[in-house]
Write a protein that binds this ligand. Structure first.
Ligand code: HEM
Ligand SMILES: *[C@@H]1O[C@H](CO)[C@@H](O)[C@H](O)[C@H]1NC(C)=O
Ligand SMILES: *[C@@H]1O[C@H](CO)[C@@H](O)[C@H](O)[C@H]1NC(C)=O
Ligand SMILES: *[C@@H]1O[C@H](CO)[C@@H](O)[C@H](O)[C@H]1NC(C)=O
Length: 650
């Protein structure tokens, strides 16, 4: 009997090995025939089972002789891309290469020309929808669909991202950002204490802005109350409707959303019915927040729908109202008694509402967080930014700022340059997935050579490497060759450095703008009906990277719908903070305030340099990506000081 079981097991193992072997030879043959440079790895990087198995595999593989594992090991580590940046492409000697695995072949690219082919041929290179499963939490939506279904979603979700909505984003960002700064200053006039909550605060800010701009739900910044004996300050939610528990609910809107966003991981991997029935508190809370936020959104949707149908929605155009209208609901049709023929179902509107929060919340917050950190370590850029802001606002207080007049100027100034440069260096989305469908190999021109991407191949546009590719970005010498910004990547040039000035054009030379076509000729008129904005990401008065070289918001048909929403938000935050304050590195780890007070200029520079090195190390080593690239360990401590009151100024 045991021998039968053993035999059966043996047979199964042999069958499995045979299957792996046959797949491997087939994948290898396809790679050879493709004309694309390739290497191999023993497992697929995107496999979920592998991600878990990593915990066991990595320490074992580390013990094997390096010569066995060298070619593929580092490539199989999650977050490898952030760690290595452009280096693997340089080492490999090609800006596009394929990794053969037994499961599926994967192509990585940092090549602008290849990227523009991939993003303009949307039918040839669809999104691998299996990687987007988790984003379907509340229903199908514009991010998680392809083909006809995607066109259908995109047609209705793109018009809401209008200039009218951007006005709302601008106004709400100004209000929220002022509250954020006030909470940092905590009643002090000249200088804040060291703030360690900037990442969380930026998250809160962007959540509040999308909640208002997306669904018309205002959220209030928690107001600080009296300090307790041990000096800690207790936060308290503001008393607004969204912070209190409404009838029929067990959680407030704000709590449900906050808790939902904190429990995305379990929500994605644990089936809902299990979550509901598991006897653990975390499972209950997770399920409840999912359920409650969904219910709130349904109520909001119904309320807005009846407002639209009676023509009482007002003119603060949030995204949801615009979606409801775009889906075919109007007051006229209602008054004529026509049955509402909604082209997007309530579930689909909800699915998209959720995706707006998910896509727009972390990404924008990450950018704001790292803009502040990068400006703290680049004093000259900060002063340049401040002088541009003075020029734009001419002493007008934020209450007199005007979207139409001021925002275009911000785009074209050092504020735009800082934003572009931050998104170049730390793009929130580090890998943009594409694929070829089963049975559908595709030709692709690589380095002028016609290649064939095999069927069923995964493709990743490697954003971080693309943005640092010296073959497609102008470079200068490294500013401090003795201390390279990255130990491996781009040691001989300045592409790893935060240098917003690379975006500023010499006003006397138009050279860099004239030879780069602004419009994308490959995208036909269909694009405009799908809200695909083919104009460049960056202001016309700033440097225009070649097409495909700068893709923080992706490019082409599947490019980010919230691009301008996010840009307006980031620019407004920069303008509000830096028109009044400077941001400085905290040096608490090296010297007390009293000690700094007594320091000579040279000693001050020394402690500041130490703090700077540490922040640079954090941004290099302590980062990781779950949905977006963030600091995953510790925090970057910064101080906000009134302009003119800087401790470190040179
Ligand atoms: C700095 C901020 C942001 C960055 C860096 C960013 C980046 C991206 C990227 C790279 C994609 C393509 C994803 C893919 O192909 O898998 C994308 C798509 C998308 N983004 Fe953003 N995003 C930002 C802010 C926003 C905001 C604020 C919203 C909405 C309020 C938003 C809504 C969307 C939507 C709806 C799509 C899907 C478009 C489609 O597939 O047709 N994003 N974004
Ligand atoms: C490209 O990006 C993917 C996804 O982020 C990552 O797994 C891979 O290691 C990257 N490849 C290179 C060569 O950087
Ligand atoms: C908010 O204020 C109202 C009236 O002042 C009060 O009835 C309500 O209980 C408060 N809600 C919360 C959550 O504090
Ligand atoms: C496209 O984007 C540019 C720059 O962000 C903006 O000025 C323009 O109004 C947008 N066009 C449309 C049709 O949305």
């Amino acid at each position: 009997m045991p021998s039968t079981v053993a035999l059966a097991l043996l047979a199964l193992t042999a069958l499995w090995a045979l299957k792996i072997f046959r797949q491997s030879t087939r994948n290898l043959a396809a790679a050879k025939a493709s004309g694309i440079k390739y290497t191999w790895a023993p497992f697929l990087l995107y496999n979920n089972a592998y991600m878990l198995a990593c915990i066991v595999i990595v320490p074992i593989v580390r013990c094997l002789p390096k010569s066995w594992t060298e070619p593929w090991f580092d490539m199989t580590l999650v977050d490898w891309e952030w760690a290595r940046r452009y280096e693997p492409f340089k080492r490999f000697g090609s800006d596009t290469f394929m990794v053969v695995t037994p499961e599926r072949n994967v192509i990585f690219t940092a090549d602008a020309d290849v990227i523009s082919q991939l993003t303009t041929r949307r039918n040839d290179f669809p999104k691998p929808l299996e990687l987007y499963e988790s984003l379907r939490l509340y229903g199908n939506n514009v991010v998680t669909s392809e083909g006809q279904l995607w066109r259908h979603h995109r047609k209705i979700t793109s018009p809401p991202f209008s200039e009218k909505n951007n006005h709302l984003v601008f106004a709400e960002t100004l209000a929220q950002c002022q509250d954020m700064v006030d909470s940092w200053m905590d009643g002090e006039e000249e200088s804040s204490k060291t703030i360690h909550t900037i990442a969380d605060d930026a998250m809160r800010l962007s959540l509040h802005v999308i909640s208002r701009g997306g669904f018309g739900v205002p959220l209030k910044w928690p107001t600080k109350t009296k300090a307790t004996e041990n000096g800690h300050v207790k936060g308290e939610e503001g008393n607004t409707s969204s912070a209190s528990v409404s009838k029929g609910h067990t959680m407030s809107y704000a709590d449900a959303l906050g808790s939902l966003l904190h429990s995305l991981f379990p929500l994605i991997i644990v089936p809902k019915f299990l979550l509901r029935n598991l006897p653990f508190q975390w499972a209950k809370t997770t399920y409840t927040s999912y359920d409650e936020w969904g219910d709130y959104m349904k109520e909001i949707l119904q309320a807005k729908k009846s407002a639209v149908l009676t023509g009482t929605e007002g003119d603060n155009l949030d995204l949801m109202i615009a979606m409801i209208k775009g889906a075919g609901n109007t007051a006229e049709s209602a008054s004529k008694g026509e049955a509402s023929r909604q082209t997007l179902s309530d579930d689909e509107i909800l699915g998209n509402a959720f995706i707006f929060i998910l896509a727009g919340h972390e990404t924008t917050a990450d950018s704001i967080h790292f803009c502040l950190a990068l400006l703290a370590i680049n004093i000259a850029a900060q002063r340049h930014l401040q002088s541009d802001l003075d020029e734009i606002f001419q002493g007008r207080p934020p209450s007199q700022w005007d979207y139409d007049q001021d925002v275009p100027k911000l785009f074209g100034s050092m504020a735009g340059a800082v934003m572009n440069e931050e998104l170049r260096l730390i793009p929130p989305v580090i890998g943009i997935p594409k694929s070829t469908a089963k049975g559908s190999p595709q030709t692709l021109i690589i380095d002028g050579k016609k290649c064939t991407v095999p069927e069923n191949t995964l493709i990743t546009l490697n954003t971080t490497a693309t943005h640092r590719n010296p073959n497609q970005w102008p470079t200068g010498p490294p500013s401090d060759p003795g201390h390279p910004t990255h130990p491996l990547s781009n040691r001989d040039n300045d592409l790893e450095e935060f240098k917003p000035s690379r975006w500023l054009l010499d006003p006397n030379s138009k050279a860099s703008t004239t030879n780069i076509p602004n419009q994308d000729n490959n995208i036909n008129t269909e694009a405009s009906t799908l809200g695909v904005n083919t104009s460049a990401d960056t202001s016309s008065s700033l440097y225009r990277p070649p097409k495909g070289a700068y893709i923080p918001f992706s490019e082409g048909y599947r490019s980010c719908l919230g691009r301008r929403f996010a840009q307006v938000e980031i620019l407004t935050v920069l303008a509000l903070i830096f028109s009044q304050y400077s941001v400085e590195l905290a040096v608490d780890a090296y010297a007390s305030d009293e000690e700094v007070e007594k320091m000579s200029e040279r000693e001050k520079r020394e402690v500041w340099e130490k703090a700077k090195r540490e922040v640079e190390r954090q941004m290099r080593e302590d980062m990781g990506t779950v949905i977006t690239l963030q600091l995953r360990k510790g925090s970057i401590g910064l101080r906000f000081v009134r302009r003119g009151r800087e401790r470190f100024d040179w």
